[in-house]
Structures are given as C-alpha cells and as structure tokens.
Ligand binder design. Structure first.
Ligand code: GN1
Ligand code: MG
Length: 377
C-alpha cells in the first residue's frame, strides 16, 4: 500500500536505468523499502571490463514534493558543494559522497510519460544502515555524521535553496493541522484514537517553544538536513564509522535542533518506529549521551549557547511532531506515508507518543548531561 503507487514497478526498472549515463549492461535490481516517501531501487550494471557497479534509482514522490524540479535543483547544489568540500579537504583521497548521474536530455533526472520524475545516484559501497542502533559507538557516529553534515553545508548561501516542503518542522502548524483534521474526521477514524489526540493536546505548550525563540532571533536559521533518522546515515560495514548521510530532499533552511531532535528520536529508542507492544519501548540514556558527544565533536565550533540549552528538549519536540504527523495521516486516510498494514500510521503514532513520555521522564538527566559536557571551565 502506498499513496504514490502510479506506474513504477521493478519490471521497467532496467528501461529507466538505461536512460541514465551508466556504463554497461543491466544485471538486476531490487527495491529498497525502508523510506516512507519515495520509491527506491538498487540496480546493478556489468561494465565493459566485466566488473559490476551498483546505483540507486529513485522516483520522487510528487504528492509529497509538490515541486520535484525544485527538489532536484537543491539536491544538485548540495551534492556538488559537498563533493567539492570533501575533495578539497581530503586532498585527493576518494571519499564517498552522493552524486547524481546525467540523464538523457541533458538533465540529471528524467520525466516519464506518467509524470514520474526519476534520478540516479551512486550506491555508497562498503556501508550499511541501522533501523535500531545496537551500541553507543553507532550512536556517536550518528550524532557526528549529522553534525558534520551541518558543518559541510554551513557555507552554502541559504537563499540558493528552495524550501521543498514549506513549514516542514513548523510544530505549531503541524499541531493546528491535526486539530482541524480531528474536527473534520474525514474517514470516521477519530473514535479509535481519542486517547492519542488527548495525549497530544496535553503537550500543546511544547509546540511554540523553539518557534518563539527563532522569532526572537535567539535561535539562528541554518541550512539543515531535516530528515535525520538513523537509517539515513551510511556507516562503514567493517568499522561502523560514518561515511555519509543520504536523503537530501529536505535540505533547506531550518533549525539545527530539528536535526538533533530526529537523531534522538530514532537512536535512543529500543524498538522499531512501529513497535506495537508499547511496554517494550525504552529510552536509552547511554545512546543519548553518545549522540551528544558525537554531535558536539562535529558542531561545537558553530553552535550557540541557546542551541546547546535546547538539545535535550529537541528530542521530545521532534518525537511529538512525528507522532502528530502520523496521527494526522491516519485520520486523513493514509495519504502521505507509505503503509504496509492496517492502522499502520496509528501504530506509529502510538509508538512515538510512548517515546515522548519516556523522554519526558528523563529530560532532567538529559539536560544535566548536556550542561556537564558543555560547562565553561
Ligand atoms: C519520512 O522518507 P523517510 O522515511 O526518510 C518523512 C520524515 C519523517 C519520517 C518518519 C519528506 O522520511 O519527515 O520523519 O518519514 N519524510 C518526509 O519515519 O516527509
Ligand atoms: Mg526522507
């Protein structure tokens, strides 16, 4: 089940691959199903010298990204900038970065007759991703990877990038939208989630905290990733060191804290995002501590004191935000996130809300840890 099922299936994936400047013959392809938005395939080509190379073909979900051409312009700028910066820094060592392949027609994407927009990236070899982090070393690397990413894009010109999804992390607007959908109840699902709506309403005061600080000029707007879930970090398959971050469709101006919040949401939890047994959901403070250590090691040079003061809170806020978004989509009839079972969005929302209450219980200890790590000596 997916809200974006129109005309893309593995049968024609070879034809799509052949529209890009890829050397050799198509060998095979498989879908990568971990993302909730785009359709993604890993394809293998045999080059003329007999060796094989892998690529990622992706169809941009144009219901979610209303202007997919703007997404492509952003991604092109960001990948080129990162490529340049990594090459300059490593002085020739071939660091792996995400890069777009040219397509027929002179662009870096193709548009199919059904309106689908496809692009092709290099596959980041020798790496893997996690949905649930296993140890604090991986948690450190996740924090470090996104802190480094923020540093890498820090010298891009913010006005060069389009806001690909306006108000993406505007937590007030996300909250208000949920309340509108609750009132309208377009699919008659409200009775099955009144408890979850109430849990969110009890936390309404959180949604304005960072927005108010931004309005007052206390929190700076930076270029940020905006989709920092753990499976968007590629870690070295042998050493678990961060190699690069992927999923650049929402790289745009935002608050650094939104990135940190989503790392905290996806790394500190002990279960999958859609765990149905709420008693299994635990917040792991050791993971939080390692995220903060990794993130600060990469980002301390540019963070302001106000940003540091809200690091712990950002985890609770973004977990609440994602819970709000899943519940909104459930009430609207599953039109945004891909789902693979009945009530999937409701299940995901419940998991997020359980994690919010775990985060609340530990907020003091989390803040204490951040203060200790950042005390001015
Ligand atoms: C979506 O595509 P994916 O799975 O990386 C979503 C994120 C949510 C996430 C929840 C463009 O990310 O904002 O946090 O699902 N991306 C978009 O798992 O809405
Ligand atoms: Mg994404």
């Amino acid at each position: 089940m997916t809200p974006d099922d129109s005309a893309c299936n593995p049968d024609n994936i070879a034809e799509i691959g052949d529209l890009f400047a890829i050397e050799g013959e198509f060998v095979g392809g498989r879908e990568i199903s971990s993302g909730h938005i785009n359709r993604t395939y890993c394809v293998t080509y045999r080059k003329f010298d007999g060796t094989e190379e892998r690529y990622v073909l992706q169809r941009i979900n144009n219901k979610v990204f209303k202007d997919p051409y703007a997404v492509m312009r952003n991604v092109e700028k960001v990948t080129r900038h990162i490529n340049w910066k990594v090459l300059r820094r490593r002085k020739g060592a071939p660091g792996q970065t995400l890069n777009l392949y040219p397509a027929r027609g002179g662009r870096n994407y193709i548009t199919l007759p059904d309106g689908g927009l496809w692009r092709c990236y290099n596959y980041i070899e020798g790496t893997h991703t996690y949905d649930i982090v296993e140890n604090t070393r991986q948690a450190y690397q996740a924090g470090y990877a996104f802190g480094s990413f923020q540093e890498l894009v820090s010298d891009m010109v913010p006005s060069d990038l389009v806001e690909t999804i306006p108000d993406f992390h505007n937590t007030r607007k996300r909250y208000d939208r949920l309340m509108e959908v609750v009132l309208a109840d377009p699919c008659g699902r409200l009775d099955s989630c009144r408890h979850e709506v109430a849990l969110i309403q009890q936390r309404e005061d959180c949604v304005d905290v960072l927005l108010d600080l931004q309005r007052q000029g206390i929190l700076p707007v930076r270029i940020t990733h905006n989709d920092t879930k753990i499976n968007n970090v590629m870690l070295d398959a042998d050493t678990d060191e961060a190699v690069c971050v992927i999923d650049l469709d929402t790289v745009m101006p935002g608050l650094a804290l939104y990135d940190v919040g989503d790392i905290i949401r996806t790394v500190t939890t002990s279960t999958a995002e859609d765990e149905e047994d709420l008693s299994k959901i635990r917040f792991r403070i050791s993971m939080f501590q390692s995220i903060i250590d990794g993130y600060l090691d990469a980002a301390r040079s540019f963070l302001t004191r106000a940003e540091i003061d809200y690091l712990a809170f950002s985890g609770k806020l973004i977990t609440l935000e994602v819970g709000i978004r899943f519940l909104t989509d459930y009430l609207e009839g599953d039109v945004y996130f891909k789902t693979s079972k009945p009530n999937h969005n409701l299940i995901r929302a419940r998991t997020q809300l359980q994690l919010v209450s775990c985060l609340e219980a530990e907020l003091n200890d989390m803040e204490k840890f951040v203060r200790k790590r950042t005390a001015i000596s």
